[in-house]
Ligand binder design. Structure first.
Ligand code: ACM
Length: 517
């Protein structure tokens, strides 16, 4: 009898556990028995400090929020309580019993994440929530994705949709790669030609660059006005997503040089670049150019929340500086022995400028090569090497290695996959990523702020294609960024993903089904 009862209970617990499909997987999940049923008269009680979580639940559950009162039956209650003992500012406790639901965040963000978990406990289309107690908080504070509207412009509506998807999986950072050789995508009022000229290229390379198959003969353009960006930033803020702008320098600069030729090294009249790949047309290092770029960045200060501003720094061919009498004279004047040191000087000038405004520079890992102060945060993209070196030198680090987080790489080998830049980063590989490389001391490991997925868009001409490359790999990365290593399991992730895919489908996301060959 005891055995039968035990077995029954065990079976029940397993059945309950199987209903807990939250992604990213929470830190602790203790399944209970039974379920809370949402009725039309269920009270949604929202503390004033938990407004964002309340709005999310009100809109998704079609309930009207009311002000905080004492706990009572048939209610969903959301509060912010900084004394909730969770080791993160983004943590929450979620308790579901058959009588009531309680979400307690230790910050407004924590309450919001508790609400997101609550929505994922509801079966898609269902009205009941399995009884459970969840205690949860993120492993990393930087849980991001990078969109590249420079290579193919993304309409504002798609950016807003993407922010909702980030928030749904508890990601908190959107990096916008706003400028590149092929397009300048941000309105700068002081320098209108950046968008008048720099936001439109006359045509685009067809197929892979190395195949040199010609051009499509169609103009490509688009940019965000400062008002658009304010709207994007506000929308993101409501969902606890920070928007990080990137203005590329001194490389990936051809669209800007096409608009203002005095920024270049050769005086040649350039057009906005129509091909892909690393480009020799880089900014010069004249004082006027440095001031120009600082003025550009300064216009962004009131729009973006900070504290980080990304200045690129990657893939800077040194040929033009080697050949330029002005660059050589500048090096001599500054006592610099090589063009790499000139690159370092350029980055340090930007770092000093940002630091003097209370902001922090982020750059791709090349910024380490010319010497940069530890105030700069390093985004490690050429594998994890740069991140390891940076952490050892006392920099903060974001891990964005191409080997795990470049979602412009192929995700499957099937010949039916759409054209991609190359590489191979399948879902399971993303899931296995650990942003903290082995061999770091505990102090160095604390320098790793987190990770983000890259959606370089040379071969993503449409929003649908961006979604196809992002999902579900970015969903796997969300779990990498949130869930402690001992709680991770790829098999269990796939089980939960099957339900998550239904949610993505309902939201009209063009994901690649994990089960597809
Ligand atoms: C990069 O992929 N060039 C950062």
């Amino acid at each position: 009898m005891r055995t039968t009862l035990g077995l029954l209970l065990a079976t029940f617990a397993a059945a309950s556990a199987a209903e807990i499909n939250v992604i990213p997987r929470p830190v602790t999940v203790v399944p209970g028995q039974g379920a809370f049923r949402i009725r039309s008269n269920t009270a949604l009680v929202v503390a004033p400090a938990a407004g964002a979580a309340g709005r999310l639940l009100a809109s998704r559950l079609a309930l009207k929020p009311s002000e905080a009162r004492n706990a009572r039956d048939n209610s969903i209650r959301i509060t912010v309580d900084p004394s909730v003992s969770i080791p993160s500012r983004e943590g929450y406790v979620l308790e579901v019993t058959a009588r009531r639901v309680e979400v307690r965040g230790n910050s407004e963000a924590g309450a919001y994440y508790g609400a997101q978990s609550l929505l994922q406990l509801l079966a898609p289309g269902g009205g009941s929530i399995p009884c459970v107690r969840i205690e949860d908080y993120p492993r990393f504070s930087w849980r991001g994705a990078m969109l590249d509207p420079a290579r193919h412009f993304l309409p504002k509506a798609e950016v807003l949709k993407f922010i909702d998807l980030l928030a749904m999986q508890k990601m908190n950072l959107l990096h916008l790669h706003l400028t590149d050789d092929q397009g300048w995508r941000v309105e700068i009022k002081r320098y209108p030609r950046l968008t008048q000229v720099g936001s439109i290229r006359k045509e685009t390379r067809v197929g892979l660059e190395r195949e040199a198959r010609g051009f499509d003969g169609k103009p490509h353009g688009g940019f965000y006005s400062q008002d658009d960006l304010r709207e994007i930033v506000a929308y993101a803020r409501d969902r606890f997503v920070t928007v990080l702008p990137e203005i590329e320098m001194p490389g990936h600069a051809q669209a800007a040089i096409a608009a203002y030729p005095e920024l270049g090294n050769t005086g040649e009249k350039l057009e906005v670049f129509t091909r892909w790949g690393v480009n020799k047309n880089v900014f010069n290092v004249n004082e006027n150019t440095i001031l120009f770029l600082q003025n550009v960045i300064e216009e962004l200060f009131p729009i973006f929340p900070g504290p980080f501003i990304h200045i690129g720094g990657d893939e800077v061919p040194l040929d033009q500086w080697k050949a330029s009498p002005a660059a050589q004279a500048r090096m001599k004047e500054l006592g610099l022995k090589s063009e790499i040191e000139l690159h370092g000087y350029f980055i340090r000038r930007m770092d000093q400028f940002l630091t003097s405004h209370g902001l922090r520079l982020v750059g791709w890992d090349e910024i380490l090569e010319g010497g940069v102060d530890p105030s700069a945060t390093v985004m490690s993209w050429r594998g994890s090497k740069g991140g390891i070196a940076a952490a050892r030198r006392g920099h903060d680090v974001v891990m964005a290695p191409n080997t795990y987080t470049y979602f412009d790489y192929y995700q499957a080998k099937a010949p039916t996959e759409p054209l991609a830049i190359g590489g191979f980063v399948p879902l399971e590989k993303v899931y296995e990523f650990d942003p903290v490389p082995s061999g770091l001391s505990p102090e160095e490991a604390r320098r790793i702020l987190g990770t983000q997925g890259q959606l370089w868009s040379e071969y993503m001409p449409t929003p649908a294609q961006v979604e196809y490359m992002a999902f579900p790999r970015l969903t796997a990365l969300a779990e990498v960024a949130w869930t402690p290593v001992p709680q991770k399991s790829y098999q269990d992730f796939l089980r939960r993903l099957a339900v998550y895919e239904e949610r993505l489908r309902a939201l009209g996301v063009n994901f690649r089904a994990a089960a597809k060959q």
